[in-house]
Every structure is written in structure tokens, then in C-alpha cells.
Design a protein around this ligand. Structure first.
Ligand SMILES: Cc1cc2nc3c(=O)[nH]c(=O)nc-3n(C[C@H](O)[C@H](O)[C@H](O)COP(=O)(O)OP(=O)(O)OC[C@H]3O[C@@H](n4cnc5c(N)ncnc54)[C@H](O)[C@@H]3O)c2cc1C
Length: 467
């Protein structure tokens, strides 16, 4: 009898064991970069090949686990969270193919943008644009509609084709030649259509940018925003939420050669130094009243003379940022013409909270992004947009309410929230913002994931599925 129970025990163990022994795994909880969202997956996998991804998904399906992929975990909401299988894509990090005739590059989805850009430069290529940072994975950044600033689209607009492992564990290529009608949904897919194995990105020849950073006042910028945004190839303004001080970043393509003077290089190094990051974050957390002076000093000293740099070195001002607890950021894309009213409305809201004692430690940023119809669920779909974002590095009482109120006051300007930031998106809001396109996305999702393997609370909330 004793022997039989031991045999039954081993059969039970075998049936429930994960038959994916060659894939590195880990049993632990997971936290996002901002430490705002955490989950307890059944298992975290580190696949290295397309076949590993297929095996994980087939196993999850068989054992009724949900699956989500994680790139760098920089998303500021619960979009990547799961209690099932979490797939870390860090080892899917190779450039697979380069088509020099069309400047198209096929790359595995887990490659970090910063490494991708460096390698592209070695081949004489670059992406048309970049966001604030480049620590994200390429598949993660493109899944959520990450954008920079300038006369270009969001990064996902540059996807030529995308290779998923779908909810049946099958390999699917979505491209102009195959399942083309799914491309506008697959380019910005919110992690809901499958796990991305690889993407083919449309690149351009490496370019040099002439870059200046100048101190500016918000009043000057609001008065002249069209000129700043439209007369420059790329332009961004980042400033103090309460004061009239900001930093204007301007970049223009040039035929000149790359060059940098020593003083500027030293300044850049200091600003990109992790010790300085640590010190700034420590001050923000512990002495919020000093933070405002630090920012003023920063906006003054960070201004610099013109530099000439390869685009990938110049466009993303922050690299290797340490994780910041309590970091929150809300961002909306609005039509260009309503920018001054929307901006003033946001600053009035900040003033109301500030008058009630809230101490903001953070920045406001504004960026222009060109509209396109390449991504159905992009905030920039068929609309040139100005993005306004506000971030806070510290916790203050009612900060959740503040971010909620921010989105509420922005509704009157037909604002579309960034998918990956602190937001309060739900099905009602999404239907209002994206209408038919949201329904069509859900149809594609059901085809690629008929058993809802990639569905989590975020997808349920946004697309109204039954859990
Ligand atoms: C400091 C900071 C600065 C930022 N700056 C900008 C900016 O300038 N512009 C901007 O637009 N955004 C910005 N963001 C937002 C950021 O770009 C997005 O959150 C982006 O999605 C993060 O990429 P990631 O690799 O960390 O993705 P993750 O957060 O890991 O994942 C994002 C989503 O993609 C899914 N996913 C990831 N990999 C795969 C895969 N291989 N297959 C299928 N699904 C996958 C995940 O399941 C999840 O749903 C910033 C965020 C931070 C924290």
C-alpha cells in the first residue's frame, strides 16, 4: 500500500512538473521599475529561442496558466502582471537579419533599445526617433506605443512585420505579405496578441543631429510653441510644474561631423551619473522643499552649447536610470491647436493642489508627435498630437486623486492617455476614444488568443472580457 501511494505521488508530481527543463526559470515575485505594481507568477522563464517560447505557451495552455511577457518592466501600471507564467525576454536579444536595400532590420523582441541603437549605428543605420530613455526592450516599448518627439511617428509606426507565438503556441508572421489586415493591431498590441519573438523594423541611414538645450520660461514657450515644434526636426520642453522655468531641447539634422567639446562631455557625464541620480532621488524623497531649488539649478546648468552627435546618443537624455519608488507619470496626447488651453488647465490643477499643501517633486514635459494610421490603438492615430506629461518622484497625500483629476480635466481636450503610464483606462473610456478600432482589435485578439491565455486584469478592464 505504501509503495502504491509513493508511485501515485510521483505520477502526480510528473503530471504537474513543468516539462521545460532546459529553460532557465526562477520562482519569485516580480516588481515593475517604479515599484508600484507587483505580482506572484507561478514561474518566471528565461527563453532563448522561438522554440522555447512555443514550448512555454503550449505547456501553459495544457496546464491552464495565463502567460505574460516582460521586457524591462518600465510600464507604470499592471499591464504586464500575471499569476501564471511570466516570460522574461532578456535572452532573446539578437539582430537576426539586415536588409540593406530597404534598411529593414529583423531583431529579437527582448533586445534592449540602447543595445539595438548602438549595433544599428555600427551598420550605419538608425531608428527615426527615440523616447526619453532607451532601457526598454524593443518588443515592450513597441507594444505600448512608446514615442519621442518630432516630425516622426511613434516607434511602433516603424514596424514592417512582427512575429508572434500565438495562444495556441503557433508561430504567426504578420506583415504586408501575410495577414496584412492584422498589422495595424499587431503594431501596438498591449501584450494581448501573443509573445513577440521578433520584429522587422524600418530604419534609416544613421544621421547626425545638431542639439541645443536652452533655459526658457513656460510663458515664452506657450506663446511660441508652434514655431518651436514646427521649425525644428525634434523639440521637447521639460520644466518645473509650479515655476515658470523650463529647459528647451532642440535637435536638427545636419551634414556636419560628430563633435563635442570637453566641458559639455563632462557636464553630460555628470548628469548621466548614477551617483547624481541617487543623490537627487534621496533629496526628492526626504527633503521635498529642497527639490524645487535643485530643479531650478538643473534647468540652469543643464543648458549647453550646440553639440553634434549621432542621433541615438543625442535623442534620449536619460540612460540607465535607477528604479524610483513612488515614481508616477501621467501622459496624454491632445490635438495641437488646444495645447495652450490644455497646458494652462493642467497648471491650474497643480496650483489648486499646491495651495492645499501638496509638494510636487517632478517635472512637466511637452512633445510633438506626428499622426499616422499605422497603429489602430495609438493615441496619435490619424491625429498630429502634442503630448503633455507630468511626473512626480515623491509621494504626497492625494497623489492618486491628483492623477485622476488630471485625466478628468484633460477629457475636454479630447485627450488620449498613454497606455503604459499611470492611467485609469477602462472599457467605457476606450470605447469612447477608439470606438470601432477597439472592437476590431478585440476581434483580432480572439483569433490569435482564442483561450484568453494572454488576458490579465488590465486587458479585462480595458476590453471588458469575462475573467
Ligand atoms: C523612466 C521612464 C521613461 C519613459 N520614457 C518614455 C518616453 O519617452 N516615451 C514613451 O512613450 N514612453 C516612455 N516610457 C514608457 C515605456 O516606454 C513603456 O512602458 C514601455 O512599454 C516599456 O518597455 P518595457 O520593455 O519595459 O516593457 P514592459 O513594461 O516589460 O512591457 C510592456 C507591455 O509589453 C508586453 N511585452 C513585453 N515584451 C513582450 C513580448 N516580447 N511579447 C509580447 N508582449 C510583450 C508586456 O506584457 C506588457 O504588456 C518611460 C517609462 C519609464 C519608466
Amino acid at each position: 500500500m505504501k509503495h502504491i501511494s509513493v508511485i501515485i505521488f510521483f505520477i502526480f508530481l510528473h503530471l504537474h512538473a513543468i516539462p521545460l527543463s532546459h529553460i532557465q526559470k526562477e520562482y519569485s515575485s516580480w516588481k515593475n521599475w517604479a515599484q508600484s505594481h507587483t505580482c506572484n507568477p507561478h514561474c518566471i522563464f528565461y527563453p532563448e529561442t522561438k522554440e522555447d517560447l512555443q514550448a512555454i505557451i503550449k505547456d501553459a495552455k495544457q496546464n491552464h496558466y495565463k502567460v505574460k511577457a516582460i521586457g524591462s518592466g518600465h510600464t507604470m501600471n499592471d499591464m504586464p502582471c500575471t499569476n501564471g507564467y511570466l516570460v522574461r525576454t532578456d535572452k532573446l536579444d539578437k539582430i537576426l537579419e539586415i536588409d540593406f536595400e530597404h534598411n529593414r532590420v529583423r531583431v529579437e523582441g527582448g533586445k534592449k533599445l540602447k543595445h539595438f541603437f548602438q549595433e544599428l549605428a555600427d551598420y550605419g543605420l538608425a531608428l527615426a526617433n527615440q523616447g526619453f530613455i532607451t532601457d526598454q526592450s524593443i518588443a515592450g516599448a513597441l507594444a505600448t506605443g512608446t514615442h519621442g518627439s518630432g516630425h516622426t511617428g511613434i516607434l511602433s509606426d516603424y514596424i514592417y512585420s512582427i512575429e508572434f507565438i500565438d495562444g495556441n503556441g503557433e508561430y504567426q508572421i504578420i506583415s504586408p505579405e501575410s495577414n496584412a489586415e492584422w498589422l495595424p493591431f499587431a503594431r501596438l498590441h498591449l501584450g494581448a496578441l501573443g509573445i513577440v519573438y521578433a520584429l522587422t523594423i524600418e530604419c534609416e541611414p544613421l544621421f547626425i543631429l545638431e542639439h541645443t538645450k536652452k533655459s526658457i520660461t513656460w510663458s515664452n514657450f506657450i506663446e511660441n510653441y508652434q514655431k518651436y515644434f514646427f521649425d525644428n526636426d525634434f523639440c521637447m520642453v521639460m520644466g518645473h510644474p509650479e515655476k515658470d522655468s523650463a529647459l528647451l531641447y532642440v535637435w536638427n539634422k545636419t551634414e556636419k561631423k560628430e563633435s563635442q567639446d570637453l566641458l559639455n562631455t563632462l557636464k553630460e557625464r555628470i548628469f548621466k551619473n548614477r551617483l547624481v541620480d541617487h543623490a537627487a532621488i534621496h533629496i526628492a524623497h526626504n527633503y521635498p522643499f529642497l527639490a524645487s531649488c535643485c530643479f531650478d539649478y538643473y534647468f540652469g546648468i543643464a543648458a549647453h552649447k550646440t553639440q553634434y552627435q549621432q542621433s541615438y546618443k543625442s535623442l534620449s537624455p536619460f540612460t540607465d536610470l535607477i528604479s524610483i519608488a513612488h515614481f508616477k507619470e501621467a501622459e496624454v496626447g491632445i490635438p495641437v491647436r488646444v495645447f495652450p488651453q490644455a497646458f494652462n488647465t493642467m497648471r491650474n490643477l497643480i496650483k489648486t493642489y499646491s495651495d492645499q499643501g501638496a509638494q510636487f517633486v517632478g517635472t512637466i514635459t511637452t512633445r510633438f508627435v506626428q499622426g499616422s494610421n499605422r497603429c489602430a490603438l495609438s493615441p496619435t492615430n490619424e491625429r498630429d498630437s502634442i503630448f503633455i506629461s507630468i511626473n512626480t518622484l515623491n509621494y504626497f497625500e492625494n497623489s492618486d486623486q491628483f492623477y485622476h483629476d488630471f485625466y478628468t480635466v484633460m477629457e475636454q481636450f479630447d485627450a488620449r492617455p498613454h497606455w503604459a503610464k499611470t492611467n485609469f483606462l477602462n472599457k467605457e473610456i476606450i470605447d469612447q476614444l477608439y470606438g470601432e478600432r477597439a472592437l476590431a482589435f478585440e476581434e483580432v485578439r480572439q483569433k490569435l488568443d482564442p483561450e484568453n491565455l494572454f488576458v490579465n486584469n488590465f486587458i479585462i478592464r480595458c476590453f471588458g472580457l469575462n475573467p
